[in-house]
Design a protein around this ligand. Structure first.
Ligand code: WTA
Length: 635
């Protein structure tokens, strides 16, 4: 029996139970039967959860791109690997075959090597959703360079801090990017960012928008001429199973973003396994994940997961509302997409438009539809089910994180009966537990607690780049011996999980998790601001929006509050990015604080939500009177 594909519920339970009893055998067999290795492992897993020290497939040697590309060439060389769907529907779609992908990646890998990039070097990739983004990522993996993709919506200062944190040697960017009817000046942002990045030696620039940009002599090179001269063959670097594959930054509840480090073999095994099972992938399918490759969802389910399975994956440059609200559905129809994977925020924003946009396209090619990034509310679930899946496509509500690398809890389509708003059951090999406030494991069903994982899984992040202590403190200290996800969850009467949201100071806005602390830091830098506190509040489209409570220094000096609100938001936009803009700002004279000086966010959250009914225990507050003041002045 192969463990690679789950065919029915009985088999799911069989695999699941086996994976808990004998995790080494379980993952070992999947790894052995489904990938090409230069050398097998000595041990499937070696770990010490207390020290946050985990290794999978110890001493094995592998290259992930050999598994993503080379091994498919004999049988599937002419099969389409990537369908590139441009922002402008009138621009031609590009079908990149596995053969073509091989030579593109080989050429790019050769260019990187010629430009001085070696195994272990960090390369920052700041590109729009164009084929070069996929090719650059795979070329890094080919030669063992560590890619650090930065979402091309981040501002210059956010780029600077990420580049400096992992000391990138090179940046790959483009003259610009198309987004709906706008163009974004990516090269300009990189130029500004690099003013403060001493480690970057070279910048390779893709021509996409043909906008005029400045090129710095000796640092900046156009990529296309270099590729033109490169040889379309490349010998892959032999990587250790635990060699780093990539760094991807995610927001933390305090301080600077965390560079989550993922390594090679474990990430490969679990992204491939989950892709196959969660999307029920078959050979002639066309898979489309609408995320940006700048986020983990794009890494794992636009690129690595599909390519590892020899699938056809859609790379979409545009946005759901351009040229009109039918774009997603038009693309599904045009390419006969069989699996569609998107975020609740996109579903909600399209559900509020006329149903005609979706109903006029032929979506009968769809077999499975998925959701990721935040809890999907019941209304959005039903709209998705009725209008997109036409009640015949199971919805896979997939729970996972940047830190987990791939999907952890999700229905297996046609196997696990779905239930609206529930991520349902853990994948085989994954051992979730719910913990109470006294750090005890909560047994049984119909219970609520903090979601932890009690046994390592292959695609888990191994550390935070340059700060293992922070990795330990953030994820392995709240519940000793276990990985703490930061999410709360409930387990229903049959053992299905429903993720209820973050229990820490991270707010998920439009599917992007934003730490409140870095936003507060940015606001506090504004000369008028003394202190601030950010909380999330429910928002129809975005899931959550940000509400800022702000104390000003000299109240008299800034009489023009509208202007100040605008200025503060511009400041946040330029320091973090437009996604972190505050929807509401309330100027206050103080913030509710405990005696130890910690802001009591749960009270601010209630005020932001407009729920004044019960603030709970406020006796530990240093300044309880401030609660009424803030409540009464709520705008
Ligand atoms: C939330 C995205 C409910 C959760 C892959 C998690 C979800 C955070 C779901 C990670 C889901 C993700 N249901 N909540 N199906 N999927 N989340 O790192 O709070 O961008 O901790 O990874 O998103 O977000 P990240």
């Amino acid at each position: 029996m192969s463990y690679y594909k789950i065919n029915n519920l009985e088999q799911y339970f069989k695999h699941y139970n086996k994976s808990i009893r004998e995790p080494r055998k379980f993952w070992g067999k999947i790894a052995e039967e489904n990938f090409v290795w230069y050398q097998a492992w000595d041990k499937v897993v070696d770990f010490n959860m207390g020290e946050a020290d985990v290794k999978w497939f110890v001493n094995a040697k592998v290259n992930i791109t050999k598994n993503c590309i080379d091994r498919h060439l004999a049988k599937r060389g002419e099969k389409t690997a990537i369908i590139f769907e441009p922002n402008d529907p009138n621009e031609e779609t590009l079908h990149i075959s596995y053969n073509d992908l091989y030579s593109r990646v080989a050429k790019m890998a050769n260019v990187l090597r010629e430009q001085g990039i070696k195994k272990g070097d960090r390369v920052c990739i700041y590109l729009p959703m164009i084929p070069e983004l996929a090719v650059a990522i795979l070329a890094c993996a080919r030669i063992g360079a560590i890619h650090s993709v930065i979402f091309a919506g981040f501002s210059a200062s956010a780029v600077t801090s990420r580049i400096n944190d992992c000391e990138c040697k090179m940046v790959i960017t483009s003259d610009g990017g198309f987004r709906g009817n706008k163009t974004v000046d990516l090269k300009g942002i990189i130029d500004e960012a690099l003013e403060k990045c001493p480690t970057v030696e070279k910048v390779l620039v893709v021509k996409r928008t043909h906008t005029a940009v400045s090129m710095k002599e000796g640092r900046d090179y156009w990529l296309q001429p270099l590729l033109y001269d490169a040889i379309p063959n490349n010998v892959a670097e032999i990587m250790d199973a635990e060699d780093p594959l990539f760094i991807l930054y995610t927001s933390g509840s305090t301080g600077k973003p965390k560079g989550m480090l993922h390594t090679t073999a474990g990430y490969m095994v679990q992204t491939a396994y989950t892709f196959k099972n969660i999307f029920n992938h078959e050979d002639n399918d066309v898979f489309w994940c609408t995320a940006d490759i700048g986020w983990i969802t794009g890494h794992s389910y636009i690129l690595y997961g599909p390519l590892l399975n020899g699938a056809t994956t859609v790379l979409f440059e545009g946005i759901p509302s351009y040229p009109d609200f039918g774009r997603f559905w038009e693309v599904i129809d045009k390419h006969q997409v069989t699996q569609f994977y998107t975020a609740p925020t996109a579903i909600r924003s399209l559900a509020k438009e006329s149903d005609e946009w979706v109903d006029k396209y032929d979506l009968t090619s769809l077999k499975v539809i998925g959701s990721v990034g935040e809890p999907i509310n019941e209304e959005a679930w039903h709209w998705y089910n009725d209008h997109v899946g036409k009640k015949k496509c199971p919805i896979v509500d997939t729970w996972w994180q940047t830190e987990t690398g791939s999907i952890m809890i999700s229905p297996v389509p046609f196997v696990t009966p779905t239930k609206p708003t529930y991520a349902t059951l853990p994948l085989p090999g994954i051992q979730p537990v719910l913990m109470d406030e006294l750090r005890n494991e909560i047994e049984g069903n119909q219970v609520v607690g903090s979601l932890c994982i009690k046994f390592p899984w292959p695609s888990m992040a191994r550390t935070i780049w340059g700060d293992h202590q922070r990795y330990k403190d953030t994820y392995f200290s709240a519940f000793p011996g276990k990985y703490f996800t930061g999410d709360g969850a409930l387990r229903d009467e049959v053992g299905y999980y429903r993720i209820t949201g973050r229990v820490d100071d991270v707010v998920i806005v439009s599917g992007h998790n934003l730490g409140t602390a870095p936003i507060e830091d940015a606001i506090n830098e504004h000369p008028a601001v003394a202190e601030s506190a950010i909380v999330g509040f429910p928002h129809d489209i975005k899931g959550n929006a940000l509400y800022g409570f702000i104390i000003l220094k000299e109240i008299g000096e800034y009489r023009d509050r509208d202007n100040l609100t605008k200025e503060i938001n511009e400041h946040v936009s330029s320091h973090i990015g437009p996604i972190a803009k505050l929807d509401k700002i309330q100027f206050v004279s103080g913030l509710p604080k405990t005696r130890s000086g910690k802001i009591m966010r749960r009270i601010l959250r209630k005020i932001a939500e407009g729920d004044f009914s019960n603030f709970g225990d406020t006796s530990t507050l240093l300044n309880p009177e401030i609660v009424d003041e803030i409540k009464d002045n709520k705008i």
